[in-house]
Design a binder for this molecule. Sequence first.
Ligand code: SF4
Length: 295
Amino acid sequence: MPNVIQVKSILNKTKRRDPWFLDDYTINAYSGCSFNCLYCYIRGSKYGIHMEEKLAIKENALELLDKQLFNRAKKGQYGIIVMSSATDPYLHFESEYRLTRQMLELILKYRFPVHIITKSDLVVRDIDLLQQINENAILPVDLTGKLLHKTLVTFSFSTVDDAIASIFEPGATPPSIRVETMRNIAATGLYTGVSMMPLLPYISDTAAHLDLMFKTFKEAAARYVFPATITLFGNGTADSKTLVLRAIEKHYPHLLDRYHQLFADATQLPAYYNNAFNAKASELCNKYDIPNRIF
Ligand code: SF4
């Protein structure tokens, strides 16, 4: 049973639109995330080690969203709404609470385009609404004619191996099911692709694993892939760097020294590593003919 909180705002305007996620606005229906990924960037003392314990539902979210969308629509301030940037819109108890679904109904009512980012198969429940949004939403003026879709559905993967995912994303839907869900979404005609991040050094960013990921995504009809390496923060007990290093020590002890070398004094991988990764990702985008952007 999640906690219940009241919030002052639910529709957040971003400072600038990210070229991958195209976020003009973000909505997070929940505070915290029960998927509990070890590498999650929202980790830290606020949510604790087991993030589902601090999970909270935003009780006044629908009332606020109705008001905020009304005001934005009245001023013609249409923009792509990303669900979600700091949680998953399809956490397990969404099937009971239906908060994301009710938010999509409001997004449809006010004709805003939407970009769903998820690790869950529950998104198929809302295909009817997502299709209606795709048909009826109004794009921001600068994207009209450039972007041909008003609903985007992106699935996040750090690996396509269920066993690896069970270590690093213990609460999320297994990647094999995510892949099938993406295939089903693509079959409906909705525009879908992959956020391929964060890749795990020497585990899911090897040449063989990257090739397998691209091959899998291509076969599941992904239309784009955003490939990126990992960033790890903090030395506290609930921080992502601490938790990932602990998992490496337990499950991949032969890699521990290499991880310490990479992350002892850093949050990001070194430039030489990122450059090699970007070159490999670019090669695979060409090989499998999948662009690394939506447009
Ligand atoms: S699904 Fe996303 S928000 Fe949730 S724990 Fe994983 S990385 Fe964090």
